[in-house]
Design a protein. Structure first.
Length: 75
């Protein structure tokens, strides 16, 4: 029996509500590598992995996309 919950995709409205960030701050943080990148769902639709947003929320001051990539690759 599988016990892992699937990683949900959050749309921007949910991300903004959870983080308390403004849209412009969110995109600035993505550009600087201090917030998780979006997942492209279709040509005009994107979202974020809930696990990535949750990880960011645990330590927003020191989050780094590079650190997450290293952690995911086992390095």
């Amino acid at each position: 029996m599988q016990t892992d919950k699937p990683d949900r995709i959050l749309r921007i409205k949910a991300v903004l509500e959870r983080t308390g960030l403004t849209r412009s701050t969110l995109y600035r943080k993505i550009e600087h590598g201090t917030f998780p990148h979006q997942v492209k769902l279709s040509e005009r639709c994107a979202g974020w992995h809930e696990s990535a947003v949750t990880e960011w929320m645990h330590n927003p001051m020191f989050y780094s996309v590079e650190d997450r990539a290293r952690h995911e690759s086992g390095g």
